[in-house]
Each structure stands twice: as structure tokens, then as C-alpha cells.
Design a protein around this ligand. Structure first.
Ligand SMILES: Cc1cc2nc3c(=O)[nH]c(=O)nc-3n(C[C@H](O)[C@H](O)[C@H](O)COP(=O)(O)OP(=O)(O)OC[C@H]3O[C@@H](n4cnc5c(N)ncnc54)[C@H](O)[C@@H]3O)c2cc1C
Ligand code: FES
Length: 369
């Protein structure tokens, strides 16, 4: 009996000893493996940054005041945070491959939200991203444009002015709240004119259970201070003489409206048409403002189209999907540039029609959202 008790005590001591040893090992591993120390980032060959290793490239650059676009907040689902890493990136991760083609892999293009800084790296970052800044902005008005789209006006407090090109977007940061345990960034095209430098207006469509849009539609108040970054994006009016066709649906109106303001202010009288698609009359907005552009720009035509008229709803304008209207309106696209903004499905279908009308693929510009 005495023998059995001492054996039990020894077993307990051995087990506790092993558990303590493993716990100590884990603490040491946590302190060493997770700690990469200082790393050096060489940007565009001559700019050197010393950073703390271990974080994602996206967040590490953000800490250093360099803002790479990131519409999904680093979840690897938007593909916007691409960055060229010429040295020190290692192999591509499975989570990057949805957005990085084979050709891009060979060039060293990476998803900066997935890649961690574990070695010294050399990067190439487009010069225009150095114009991206972080702003503190006050919500100065919130207006209902339709039952599910709100116009939010943000007055810039610090810095007080933004320089952007009509069509570009900013990212707004939503604080943590009941739908999200961390703050997130989402992208929104600026709908106001670039000549208005001390504020930006955004058109935000409610997505049920969407983190940012629920916050904006149900919690955001006039007077609240938000953090935004920008400007970002390649979706802007090219400086040519080609005819212009714009196609947008819902909140896709935002960048097109900014482009039209810019054209009217600069007297850009190119032949232009804008097909705006909505389901029913309750989804239409800013019709008067769009019609007014026809007066300011003599060669411009605004074509609102409804795809799903409710029974008994009166409407004398175009009907059908934007693709059907486009097929009727555009006869010869050989001298046409196209600017598209809306859902991925709508953009893909519109691109197919444009190509069938002779619009060259490299003259078709779009933001999918
Ligand atoms: C360059 C760019 C510009 C953009 N500009 C605008 C703009 O001007 N106005 C605007 O309203 N939005 C715009 N967006 C979309 C915007 O960034 C958000 O993706 C969108 O508002 C949803 O964000 P959320 O946080 O509310 O939803 P999340 O929390 O990100 O998503 C919640 C759920 O909804 C789904 N979901 C996400 N987006 C949509 C959607 N659009 N429709 C249906 N389901 C969706 C997701 O798959 C997810 O399951 C833009 C996006 C990009 C990339
Ligand atoms: S931030 Fe969206 S994929 Fe990287």
C-alpha cells in the first residue's frame, strides 16, 4: 500500500514537471519565434524604412504612413492591396493566389495584407500612393438619397484639404461596435467634385449585416469624427478626345457624378452618354442634378433606365437592364471610352456588350463593387 502511494506521488510530480517544462517552452517560443526584431524595407530602390518585423506588410506600411488600398480591411477578399515585392517576400501563400495571376506571381506581385514582414524586403510602390494621407473628418450631413442609399458629407479637419482626381475613392474607418470586434476600413468613391477640397461626399448603399454600411445607416451621427484615408484608384477620366459612355447602377453613381462635375467645371465638351440603371422608381436619385449636366455639357445625354417596374408604376424613360439599353444606344464603339461602376455581374455583362460594339478592351475602365 505504502509502495502504491509513493508511486502515485512520483507520477503526479513527473506530470506536473512535464507540464511546467512545456509551459516555459511555450513562453520562450512566443517571445522568440513571434519576435522578428527590426527589419529594413527598401522602397523604390532609394527609400529605406526600419520597421518592427512580424506584422503584415499592409499594416507595417500603414504604421509608417504609407497607405495601400484595402477595401476588405485585410481579410484577403478584395484583392486591392497588391504590392510588388522584388526581394525578401518568399513564396506566395495559398491565400494570395485567388487574386494574383501566374504572370503577376513572376513579377513579385503580392497581397500585402497576407504577406508578413519576416525578412528585409525590397518593394516597388506607385508614386501616387505617397499622396495618400490619413484625415480626421467630421460628419457634416447625412441625407437619404433612396430607401437604401445615404449621402454622407465629411468635412476635413486635419489635414484640411484633399487633392484627388474625379472617380477616385477614399477609405473610411468604422470603429469597433456590436457587429465587429475590431475597427475596419471600407472603400467609397467620392461623389463630389475635386474642386471642393475641404470636404468629400460619399453615396453609401446599405448591405444587410454589412459592417460598415450598417454602422453608417444605423449608428453614424452628424458631428461624429471619422478617420479616412485616400485618395486611391485608377478609375478616372482619361484626357483624350474619344466619345464617353458611362454605365452605373445604384451607388455606382458616385464616381460618375464626380467625373461629370469635373467635366462641367472644366468645360470638357466631349460627346458623352450616361446610362444609369435602377430597378424601380424608388431606386432613382439625383435625377434633376444629372439632367442639369445636359444643359452644362451640350453633347451629354443622361439616360436613366428601370429594369423592374412595379405593376402600375408610370415611367416614360428607358426600360430594361443597362446592358439592353447600352446595346440600343451604342451603335459604333470604335472611338469610345467606357467608364463602368456597379456590381461585378453588371460590369462583366456590360464589358461583353461594349466589346461586341467595337470598344477596345484597354479603353474600358471600371470599379466593381
Ligand atoms: C473601389 C471601391 C469603391 C467603392 N465605392 C462604393 C460606393 O461609392 N458606395 C458603396 O455603397 N459601396 C462602395 N464600395 C463597396 C464598399 O467598399 C463595401 O464593400 C460595401 O459598402 C459593403 O461593406 P460592409 O462593411 O457594409 O459589408 P461587409 O461587412 O464587408 O460584408 C458583409 C456581407 O455582405 C456581402 N457584401 C459585401 N458587399 C456587398 C455588396 N456590395 N452587395 C451585396 N453583398 C455584399 C459580403 O460578401 C458579406 O457577406 C466600393 C468598393 C470598392 C472596392
Ligand atoms: S486588403 Fe483586401 S485583399 Fe488585402
Amino acid at each position: 500500500m505504502e509502495f502504491q502511494i509513493s508511486e502515485l506521488v512520483i507520477s503526479v510530480l513527473v506530470v506536473s514537471g512535464i507540464a511546467t517544462f512545456l509551459a516555459v517552452l511555450m513562453v520562450i517560443a512566443d517571445a522568440t519565434i513571434g519576435n522578428y526584431g527590426s527589419m529594413e524595407l527598401t522602397i523604390n530602390k532609394d527609400r529605406k524604412l526600419t520597421v518592427e518585423g512580424g506584422g503584415t506588410l499592409l499594416n507595417t506600411l500603414k504604421e509608417a504612413g504609407i497607405f495601400i488600398p484595402s477595401a476588405c480591411g485585410g481579410r484577403g477578399s478584395c484583392g486591392l492591396c497588391k504590392c510588388k515585392v522584388t526581394e525578401g517576400g518568399g513564396d506566395h501563400l495559398p491565400t494570395e493566389l485567388t487574386f494574383i495571376s501566374k504572370d503577376e506571381q513572376k513579377l513579385g506581385i503580392r497581397l500585402s495584407c497576407q504577406l508578413k514582414v519576416k525578412r528585409n524586403m525590397s518593394l516597388e510602390i506607385p508614386e501616387e500612393l505617397f499622396n495618400v494621407k490619413e484625415y480626421k473628418a467630421k460628419v457634416s450631413s447625412i441625407k437619404d438619397l433612396t430607401h437604401d442609399i445615404k449621402e454622407v458629407r465629411l468635412e476635413l479637419l486635419e489635414p484640411r484639404e484633399i487633392n484627388f482626381i474625379a472617380g477616385q475613392f477614399v477609405q473610411i474607418q468604422v470603429p469597433e461596435y456590436e457587429l465587429s470586434s475590431e475597427s475596419v476600413y471600407r472603400a467609397y468613391s467620392v461623389s463630389s467634385s475635386p474642386s471642393m477640397k475641404n470636404a468629400v461626399e460619399l453615396e453609401i448603399r446599405y448591405v444587410p449585416n454589412g459592417i460598415c454600411t450598417t454602422y453608417v445607416h444605423k449608428h453614424l451621427k452628424v458631428g461624429e469624427i471619422l478617420t479616412i484615408t485616400g485618395p486611391y484608384g485608377e478609375f478616372y477620366l482619361r484626357d483624350t478626345d474619344a466619345e464617353i459612355i458611362c454605365v452605373a447602377g445604384g451607388s455606382g453613381m458616385a464616381p460618375i457624378k464626380s467625373i461629370l462635375h469635373h467635366m462641367a467645371e472644366k468645360g470638357i465638351n466631349r460627346k458623352a452618354a450616361y446610362i444609369f440603371g435602377a430597378q424601380g422608381k424608388r431606386d432613382l436619385f439625383l435625377l434633376d442634378e444629372m439632367k442639369e449636366f445636359e444643359t452644362k455639357l451640350p453633347d451629354f445625354r443622361f439616360i436613366p433606365a428601370l429594369s423592374n417596374l412595379a405593376p402600375g408604376e408610370e415611367w416614360t424613360g428607358e426600360t430594361g437592364k443597362v446592358t439592353e439599353v447600352l446595346a440600343r444606344v451604342l451603335t459604333d464603339g470604335s472611338n469610345t471610352e467606357a467608364y463602368l461602376c456597379g456590381s461585378p455581374g453588371m460590369i462583366d455583362a456590360t464589358v461583353a456588350i461594349l466589346k461586341s460594339k467595337g470598344v477596345k478592351e484597354d479603353k474600358i475602365y471600371y470599379d466593381k463593387f
